[in-house]
Design a protein around this ligand. Structure first.
Ligand code: AMP
Length: 209
């Protein structure tokens, strides 16, 4: 199997986590969540964790240089080189996207596609309210979604300008959304093959393989 190189974007409550898990099963990449990496560093009390904690607690982004170097180190590890990656939570800014593009160009392994799992704000708000967690007040949810919006709009523009963006309608049941995702991803993998920017046969894992 060849390595796929994907980015997944989506609002909180869009079903991104669930679909990311299914994509990992289907295509075999390493799931790289920068939020998870940072939380692990905080929990382990490493130097990085200490640097990141205050920013994360305040809901601010960690600096581009710091996060870029963490990701760059992860991308050259054996499992990622072999299996490819599904990036989740990174890039978060156009500068991070440019940095990622640079790392991948250096390695000769360009990104296949960034998929934006699109679920309207009203729908994700309703989903989160109905989950009923204590910190999920409607106002708190709105604030987080607004932040996401302002953070992500320039990033979507960046991916679109680089012809790497696919928008998938996430307003359907889980399997339907998954089929939509695989259909745009498979399309991109075929195009990459035809352009010669990929090597080998991009095949999805057979069910149960
Ligand atoms: P997440 O779980 O992706 O929402 O990330 C949790 C927190 O980690 C964010 O609120 C940021 O403080 C930090 N973080 C995660 N990924 C990034 C990134 N790509 N750039 C900057 N900060 C990040």
């Amino acid at each position: 199997m060849t390595a796929v190189r994907l980015v997944i974007l989506g609002r909180q409550g869009s079903g991104k986590g669930t679909q990311a898990g299914r994509l990992v099963e289907a295509y075999g990449p390493v799931h790289i969540s920068t939020g998870d990496m940072l939380r692990a560093a905080v929990a382990a009390g490493t130097e990085l964790g200490l640097q990141a904690k205050a920013l994360m607690d305040a809901g601010d982004l960690v600096g581009d240089d710091l996060i870029n170097s963490i990701v760059a180190e992860r991308l050259v590890e054996g499992d990622v080189v072999e299996r490819g990656f599904l990036l989740d939570g990174y890039p978060r800014t156009p500068d991070q996207a440019t940095a990622l593009e640079g790392f991948l160009a250096e390695a000769g392994t360009p990104l296949d596609v960034a998929v934006n799992l699109d679920v309207p704000v009203d729908e994700v708000t309703a989903r989160m309210v109905s989950r009923g967690r204590a910190d999920d007040t409607e106002e708190g949810i709105r604030r987080r979604l607004d932040l996401y919006e302002s953070e992500t709009a320039p990033l979507l523009a960046w991916f679109a300008e680089h012809d790497l963006l696919e928008v998938v309608d996430g307003l359907a049941d889980e399997s339907t959304v998954f089929d939509r995702l695989t259909s745009v991803i498979d399309g991109r993998l075929r195009v990459g093959d035809a352009r010669g920017t990929r090597s080998g046969m991009p095949v999805r894992c057979a069910p149960g393989a």
